[in-house]
Design a protein around this ligand. Sequence first.
Ligand SMILES: O=C[C@H](O)[C@H](O)[C@H](O)COP(=O)(O)O
Length: 225
Amino acid sequence: MSAVNEKKVAALEAVKYIKSGMTVGLGTGSTAFFMIEAIGEMVQKGLKLTAVATSDETEKLAKKLGIQVITLAEAKRLDVTIDGADEVDEDFQLIKGGGGALLREKIVAHNSDMNIIIADSSKSVAKLGKFKLPIETIPFATQLIIKELEGMKLAPVQRMRGTDDYKTDENNDIIDIDIWDTDIKLTDLEQLLKTIPGIVETGLFLTTTDLVIIGKGEEAVIKKR
Ligand SMILES: O=C[C@H](O)[C@H](O)[C@H](O)COP(=O)(O)O
């Protein structure tokens, strides 16, 4: 079965956790797309909910499908957030941010009572780091941060869109780094990166995930923390 179908299988399983009256965090990306589409159909059929979007792209899609989008400040707290991931390991640790939405995604995850990650089977890994870890940086500091990360042997590469610097929804830069060979523990690496002024957030989501739903063939494999 194709990755696209596995994404859909996982998404359709995840939306079963949504109940009427909930405030739902909507993730970003090609897997989250199927979840948002399914929620749109549920809303069309009369389900009442409010949603907080993790990116401009998601907000646009949700509104188009008739989902009521509110701000995080209005929501105050979310019942459940459903989002994709670039990699997920057996300890519910993730790399996210392949689509550049990691900052708002991490804020929304932090403010949710439950976080469900949906992914196709290719995202499930024994060890994180084949996927380059995105980190979001303030443009003022980006070039110096790149130098610092080079010194840490993390092979930083600034993300580009054509010939321009890639910009996030918060108008920041993304640097993708290679953590595969690092012997620093992920929790220590996260802490270390966050001590560098100008690094706003990293794509390491180490503690927020409660439930992982992997589409494997026609089946949805559910893993609870
Ligand atoms: O910035 C993007 C998000 O973290 C996505 O959830 C992640 O990149 C996975 O995206 P996709 O479902 O398209 O593989």
